[in-house]
Design a protein around this ligand. Structure first.
Ligand code: NAD
Length: 493
């Protein structure tokens, strides 16, 4: 149980984590945190104030010089220990992620496993950031070394309460930065346990801080002169705002947004595997993944595969092997999309509307939904639904499918299902997405490969994880050094 909270609800009123201690916000405004599984009130999250943020920034700034000058081989020792602690507390973390987010235990466990993998990657920073040195003329050396940017912020969404924080925190800290994280107001509890484990792992006070809040706090972070870089993961609408606001304030920013991911299914696709992977992709984490399949382009006659997809979808049962969506508002929004598509002439083959899980009447569940004969202009074809829904569009050629995929303003993922290598290559080359799959429904690259979309799924340069994140979290120091007077003066001096 998180110790950052006092009484009331299940875990009481939450505190911020500043300079290694849990401290009360001076704010009187709170937001209730409710479990989507059954409606249990979990905590009251304070909407922190500018004074709270100032305290977090001051703590991070004070810690930065010492932490950044700690050799990287020493810094990563914290993450070797943190990895062990994540393994030790895997079950407890799994339960907490599931409780606050609504995903199944299996999905929550996979999330913690991913946190462990991300932490493992951070421990390899000494190997990855070793600089270069060259004697550029007699007695004169040029060398490069990477150093932390300073105080960095991480603003995160609700759908992965532990994993998205672990996209940014281990790399950013191992690279010498101090961080202020603003969790999602819908799922602020898991990050508390991460902070406690970091402290237990020996992270110095002030290096990692939590500031709770909502959009007001996000704006304050973008504006704060003591914060050097802002990373954001969430919807495209907010990613755009955060990118514009923080770069206007001359901060570096990497802002990952929403998605509308397309699966292109060809007639030669392996039927069982395709049906299974399509359903796992659209319904896993109740469709609340930025890598979830949301639109399927059925290229040519694939009715038999669609039938199998429906059979698979019917085996996914809310409250059993399908978690809840985040709240009532999300349930209503998702169901509205389905109804609107139906009214516009699409055919709902498997209908997840109106689901109530016995004994969990206050939970917010939507069953898996397969909608066929969707036309490209419909909202279910173009907008991010963020629920366990797949919209099938029928097309005649691969080029027609690619034209629909390319027209999407997003660009996180696209996958093709086929047994033909040249069709697969054709899609890899032409899909307008940062992460492409071949016979893989959720083509998340695993470490050391980096995660990041294209187009309106990401604003900024570089990716948020893996090797590609190193440039974002560091500055490059270039030094030119003369060791002996005999080197004299040359043409460059
Ligand atoms: P969201 O954009 O509503 O919230 C994300 C963060 O922004 C939260 O911390 C929230 O407090 C803050 N926020 C919300 N509204 C704001 C506003 N008007 N001004 C300033 N800050 C604001 O996203 P969400 O609903 O928590 O998460 C779901 C979204 O995140 C989906 O669109 C999903 O695709 C996206 N996502 C993207 C990725 C990716 O890698 N591209 C990964 C995970 C989630």
């Amino acid at each position: 149980m998180p110790s950052a909270v006092s009484t009331a609800a299940k875990y009481g009123r939450m505190k911020n984590f500043i300079n290694g201690s849990f401290v009360s916000s001076e704010s009187g405004r709170t937001i209730p945190v409710i479990s989507p599984l059954d409606g249990t009130p979990l905590a009251d999250m304070p909407c922190s104030t500018a004074t709270d943020l100032n305290a977090a920034v001051a703590a991070a700034r004070a810690a930065f010089a010492g932490w950044n000058r700690t050799p990287v081989k020493e810094r990563v020792q914290v993450f070797f220990r943190f990895k062990y602690l994540l393994e030790r507390d895997k079950e407890e973390l799994t339960a907490l992620v599931s409780e606050e987010n609504g995903k199944t235990s299996g999905e929550a466990l996979a999330e913690i496993e991913k946190c462990i993998e991300l932490t493992e990657f951070a421990t390899s920073m000494p190997q990855l950031i070793a600089g270069e040195v060259l004697e550029v003329s007699k007695g004169v050396e040029c060398r490069t070394e990477r150093t932390g940017v300073g105080v960095v912020a991480s603003i995160v969404p609700f759908n992965f309460p532990a994993m998205v924080p672990c996209w940014t925190m281990p790399n950013a800290l191992a690279l010498g930065n101090c961080m202020i994280i603003k969790p999602s107001e819908k799922v602020p509890l898991s990050v508390v346990r991460l902070a406690e484990l970091l402290k237990e792992a020996g992270l110095p006070d002030g290096v990692f801080n939590i500031i709770n809040g909502d959009s007001e706090m996000v704006n304050a972070i973008c504006d704060h002169p003591g914060i050097d870089a802002v990373s954001f993961v969430g919807s495209t609408r907010v990613a755009r705002l955060v990118y514009q606001r923080s770069t206007q304030n001359l901060k570096r920013c990497l802002a990952l947004g929403g998605a509308k991911n397309h699966l292109l299914v060809l007639p030669d696709a392996q039927p069982e595997m395709t049906a299974r992977d399509v359903v796992v992709s659209m319904s896993g984490c109740a469709g609340q993944r930025c890598m979830a399949a949301s639109a399927m382009l059925a290229v040519g006659p694939i009715d038999a595969i669609i039938e199998r997809i429906c059979d698979e979808a019917r085996r996914v049962v809310p409250g059993k092997n399908l978690g809840a969506v985040i709240n009532r508002e999300a349930k209503e929004r998702i169901e509205r999309y389905i109804t609107e598509a139906e009214q516009q002439g699409a055919k709902v083959l498997v209908d997840g509307r109106g689901h109530v899980v016995p004994g969990k009447e206050n939970g917010t569940y939507v069953g898996p939904t397969v909608i066929d004969y969707v036309r490209p202009g419909m909202a279910v074809a173009t907008e991010e639904i963020f629920g366990p829904v797949i919209s099938i569009m029928r097309v005649s050629t691969l080029d027609e499918a690619l034209a629909i995929e390319n027209a999407s303003p997003y660009g996180n993922a696209a996958s093709v299902f086929t047994r033909n290598g040249s069709s697969a290559r054709y899609v890899i080359e032409r899909a307008s997405a940062g992460m492409v799959g071949v016979n893989v429904g959720v083509p998340v690259p695993r470490e050391p490969f980096s995660f990041g979309g294209w187009n309106e799924s990401k604003f900024g340069v570089g990716d948020i994880t893996g090797k590609s994140s190193i440039e974002f979290w560091t500055r490059l120091k270039k030094s030119t050094v003369k060791w002996n007077p005999e080197a004299g003066v040359n043409w460059m001096s």
